[in-house]
Design a binder for this molecule. Structure first.
Ligand code: KIV
Ligand code: ZN
Length: 398
């Protein structure tokens, strides 16, 4: 029997930091960790302690300052990695060691030069070692989606027997489809009764190489995963990780479908995305779902007319839900008279039908030449007699 609470495991500070342009200082990581705590994430993967002194220091600093979420350090299935990870998180209120080891033949043969038997032995030894330091151990069979299924099941069984409390099955190279990914969770759970008997949490970790990271994560949740690994703004290795804000919004907006709860404070999403955007070297693209500049902007006349009649016509969530100040009706060459009149009224200009028609022609001619129409542009095309009739504006000028 699965409970219906999904744990949010944020890896912005680890997998996210592994992407070009995203490296962060300890102070920046701490700022981000505070934002993640305010956002309500359950687990913060603060880094990979063995990777560098900087990573170790950042993890240790975060464990002192952040008390609510669990703090995890990544570790390879090697005793020196696990020992260093244990030291980095020793002051955390709720420490976690996250051990990973490749499960695909491709990785075992070419990257690690390990036989399958050696990998199974290492799985058991490293999870047991991690459990000697902390009660909360996550194990990830890396490249799970390209691993031979019987071998993957065997590796997971050994990790569970050795004391892993969370089993994360990553789609390391973003290769899986939602149907396959969900099926993998059902199969592993069905073939290892100890997963349910011991209350082990199954977890998804998806990369976006085919643009399927969020869809795959949601498929895993439908198949019983109760932890989702993700990163703010979807940053991470190559094309990135599943975007935290998209998974959280989907679970909320489609709670009729997924039927799960989370601890994410949705109205903190936009602020968290902004904090990250100021720390790393890039912001989300304008058309990025939930947090992009255009996520709540409407330009076409038909959409703007619908929005003015009832926002539900074209918005499945209010901007306020995720902490965005307001919807933008952007004036451009696809805009119609309704949006133009609406904006003019906000700026303090009441116009008759004929006047609107006249201004509209000027507006379309301008929009054909100019990509962005600002309020000052709009005021500039108004005939003098209308400009002189201005009332108190009800909206800020752009
Ligand atoms: O993508 C991956 O497989 C990882 C693991 C370390 C969990 O990031
Ligand atoms: Zn990853």
């Amino acid at each position: 029997m699965t409970n219906n609470h999904v744990v949010f495991f944020d890896t912005t500070l680890r997998d996210g930091e592994q992407s070009p342009g995203c490296s962060m200082t300890t102070q920046e990581k701490l700022t981000m960790a505070h934002a993640l705590e305010d956002l309500g994430v359950d687990v913060i993967e603060a880094g990979f302690a063995m990777a560098s002194e900087g990573d170790f220091a950042a993890i240790a600093t975060i464990t002192q300052a952040i008390r609510k979420p669990r703090i995890a350090s990544l570790a390879r299935a090697k005793s020196e990695d696990i020992e260093i990870a244990a030291r980095a998180i020793e002051h955390a209120t709720r420490p976690r060691i996250h051990v990973f080891l490749a499960a695909s033949d491709l990785h075992l043969e070419y990257k690690l030069r390990l036989s399958r038997q050696e990998a199974l032995d290492r799985t058991g030894e490293s999870v047991r070692l991690a459990r000697s330091f902390v009660d909360d151990v996550e194990f990830s069979p890396e490249d799970a989606t390209r691993s031979e299924r019987d071998f993957l099941v065997e590796m997971v069984r050994i990790a569970v027997e050795a004391g892993a409390t969370t089993i994360n099955m990553p789609d390391t190279v973003g290769y899986s489809t939602p149907e396959e990914y969900g099926q993998m969770f059902r199969e592993v759970r069905g073939r290892i009764p100890a997963v349910d008997e011991k209350g082990i949490i199954l977890s998804s970790h998806c990369h976006d190489d085919l643009g399927l990271a969020v869809a795959n994560s949601l498929a895993a949740i439908s198949a019983g995963a109760r932890q989702v690994e993700c990163a703010v703004n979807g940053i991470g290795e190559r094309a990135g990780n599943a975007a935290l804000e998209e998974v959280a919004a989907a679970l909320y907006v489609r709670k009729d479908h997924y039927g799960v709860t989370t601890s994410i404070k949705l109205d903190q999403i936009y602020a968290t995305s902004q904090v990250l955007g100021q720390i790393i070297t890039f912001k989300p693209s304008p058309n990025k779902a939930v947090v992009g500049d255009n996520a709540f902007a409407h330009e076409s006349g038909i959409h703007q007319h619908g929005m003015l009649a009832n926002p539900l016509c074209y918005e499945i969530m209010t901007p306020g839900l995720v902490g965005v100040a307001k919807t933008h009706l952007v004036l451009g060459k696809h805009s119609g008279r309704a949006a133009l009149r609406h904006r003019l009224e906000q700026l303090g200009f009441q116009v008759s039908r004929d006047e609107l028609q006249h201004i509209y022609y000027r507006f379309v001619a301008l929009a054909d030449r100019k990509k962005n129409i600002y309020d000052q542009d709009l005021i500039g095309i108004l005939p003098d007699e209308i400009r002189e009739r201005r009332h108190e504006p009800v909206a800020e000028l752009d």
